[in-house]
Design a protein. Structure first.
Length: 397
């Protein structure tokens, strides 16, 4: 769990995220396989070409037309894997399909009507919403007219499929665009939160140091004026300067320590966001009950949660995670127990990584314990820290 599984040759994360291009060769293969499954409607045109019922010229022309059609379609489908095409390029590729589908169906027969399905899919996936609402019915109308010209009634399952799949792809396109916008909004919120935190730190440091530094400056000037004629008074000013500077140093250390110490509530919220972004279904506790939990113990549990989630996202390949926070009574006294369990492929074996080793040391300093290892279906990390008995809470001892 603490070693990089990709470096060990074990399976990496298999998910291709919505609205993002593949990040490695394996994800390219997964997306290619997913797209390739939907080329099933090309079986009829291919069988028609292979049947030999057309002349040599018609077979060659049909093969070239079908190749151009497939190339235009796949180019559009894979457009989000790299830099998206310009609107002009999208319209040009759609125009190639819109011309070839009726031309090939009109010339070679009804076995080619499946091409209209791909035209409808491409329109729904690539065109703006308003344009897609016109283009998909128009594709169905053209298909109907071509089939009527070829002697068919025009009313068949393929016509219904063209309309339904086209509008389904409109919904998928909207989902992808919404996901991309949400991802950008999340990044913006994180950036604004970081800026706000920096501003808050700057304000707090100003409030802490402004008075102290002003007092140090004033007493330094006084000591400089008193030094020639009143060395005893100057020495007193220097002693005051030392006292003020020491107190300022203590205040700064306390402030910085407070900022650096992770809080369990904040980590739980961050865990939900991180796991959701990684495609992991997370079951999380409600607002944590930290009654009787010292700040140091809470901080250690927050570090434990952060380490566990980092390993799940980076190394485990899990798609489900359970986080539990429970007060328990043990033989050594009351404890707060954090349990993080996933359904991934396990950890690094019997040798703990640097993350778990450092986490064990943190827990030992706080009087806690750590258990981590494989379970029947995944990996489990359990961290425990001592808490004050209920009668001692708020006693002021």
């Amino acid at each position: 769990m603490t070693e990089d599984r990709r470096a060990d040759g074990k399976r990496p994360e298999m998910q291709v995220r919505i609205g993002q291009g593949p990040r490695n060769r394996r994800e390219v293969m997964v997306k290619t396989l997913w797209i390739g499954v939907w080329l099933v409607f090309l079986s009829s045109p291919i069988n028609d070409l292979a049947s030999g019922r057309h002349s040599t010229g018609a077979t060659v022309a049909g093969t070239l037309g079908l190749t151009a059609f497939i190339a235009a379609y796949l180019t559009l489908v894979f457009r989000n894997m790299g830099k998206p095409f310009s609107p002009a390029a999208v319209v040009s590729l759609l125009a190639v399909q819109a011309v070839l589908a009726p031309l090939l169906t009109y010339s070679l027969g009804d076995a080619w009507t499946g091409l209209f399905v791909y035209v409808s899919v491409a329109c729904g996936a690539t065109l703006p919403l308003r344009a897609a609402y016109w283009a998909i019915p128009a594709t169905a109308v053209v298909m109907f007219l071509v089939e009527r010209h070829n002697g068919e009634s025009g009313w068949d399952d393929t016509l219904l499929l063209v309309v339904l799949i086209g509008f389904a792809m409109v919904g998928v396109g909207q989902l992808v665009r919404t996901t991309i916008e949400l991802r950008k909004a999340r990044a913006t919120v994180a950036h604004l939160a970081a800026n706000e935190e920096r501003l808050r730190l700057a304000r707090d440091l100003h409030d802490l140091l402004g008075h102290s530094l002003s007092l140090i400056t004033l007493k330094s000037e006084l000591a400089g004026r008193m030094l020639p004629g009143h060395p005893e008074k100057a020495a007193q000013q220097v002693a005051d300067i030392e006292q003020v500077s020491r107190q300022a140093l203590v205040d700064v250390r306390e402030a910085v320590t407070g900022y650096r110490r992770p809080r369990l509530g904040a980590e739980l919220a961050g865990t939900q966001v991180a796991l959701t972004a990684a495609g992991v279904t997370a079951t999380m506790p409600a607002e944590p009950d930290l009654t009787g939990v010292p700040e140091e113990a809470e901080s250690v549990l927050a570090w434990a949660l952060r380490e566990a989630v980092t390993n799940i996202v980076r190394h485990s390949g899990a798609d489900r995670c359970l986080v539990q926070l429970t007060h328990r009574q043990t033989l050594d006294g009351p404890v707060l127990e954090l349990c993080v369990e996933d359904n991934g492929s396990g950890g690094a074996g019997s040798i703990p990584g640097n993350g778990l080793t450092g986490l064990t040391e943190r827990l030992e300093k706080a009087g806690g314990t750590l258990e981590a290892g494989r379970v029947k279906r995944g990996f489990r990390l359990v961290a425990r820290v001592p808490t004050a008995p209920e009668g001692d809470v708020g006693s002021g001892a």
